[in-house]
Design a protein around this ligand. Structure first.
Ligand code: GRF
Length: 220
């Protein structure tokens, strides 16, 4: 008799909005050889479309509404308790628009990824597309990084570039960046689940060796 296959690493996705990155991960996870299992989707906004996408894929959902909590610490405490119930191997922030406390980030060190719409370290924070256009940059993009205490400042694992076009608006640029997000996030989540990437004390290890610069998808 064949032994049961080892259980796949479990993934919990946190989102706040429309969840197109969540959808890209759900679609990728339908591949028979995808090395991870999305076990739950959490949201801080009741009614977010990400919850609908998860429900349609038969994935458990939960809502921890930040408006129900008097402080960031209380909200993070409730979120942490819910995450611990699922005990995931990986937490994927996919458009999760809450700043997390240091305690929260420390609790899941090395197990939490974020996607940010810029070529970090450039343009941390919000409104990245607008700021790139205002600066007249020719190249923009997306980064996926391990989450550390520094906002949008954790070691970057991979990036994809997007060429800025002359007639771009923040919306048109955002759309092309998002297309790259949907390609890149499943790739990086796959690497994590395969045990290929790890957070070390001073950066990212890829296949056990320090990553001197982020992995890059070619410009689109
Ligand atoms: C993405 O553009 C991501 O880079 C940013 O928030 C957006 C989330 O979009 N952090 P969606 O909810 O995945 O559609």
């Amino acid at each position: 008799m064949k032994a049961d296959p080892a259980p796949l690493p479990t993934i919990l996705v946190l989102a706040s909005g429309s969840g197109t990155n969540l959808q890209a991960l759900i679609d990728a996870s339908r591949d028979r050889d995808f090395p991870g299992d999305i076990v739950a989707v959490g949201c801080n906004k009741p009614g977010a479309f990400a919850l609908e996408r998860a429900a349609q894929a038969n994935i458990k959902t939960f809502v921890i509404n930040h408006k129900d909590y008097g402080s960031r610490e209380e909200f993070d405490g409730a979120l942490m308790a819910e995450i611990r119930r699922h005990n995931p191997d990986l937490i994927v922030l996919a458009g999760f628009m809450r700043i997390l406390t240091e305690d929260f980030v420390r609790a899941f060190r090395g197990k939490m990824l974020n996607i940010h719409p810029s070529l970090l370290p450039a343009y941390t924070g919000l409104n990245t597309h607008q700021r790139v256009l205002e600066a007249g940059d020719k190249v923009h993009g997306v980064s996926i990084h391990f989450v550390t205490e520094e906002l949008d400042g954790g070691p970057v694992i991979a990036q994809a570039e997007v060429a800025v076009q002359e007639n771009d608006t923040p919306d048109s640029l955002a759309e092309r960046v998002q297309q790259q997000e949907h390609v890149l996030y499943p790739i990086v989540v796959r690497w994590f689940c395969e045990g290929r990437i790890q957070l070390a004390s001073d950066g990212v290890l890829f296949d056990g060796a320090p990553l001197s610069q982020p992995m890059r998808l070619p410009a689109s």
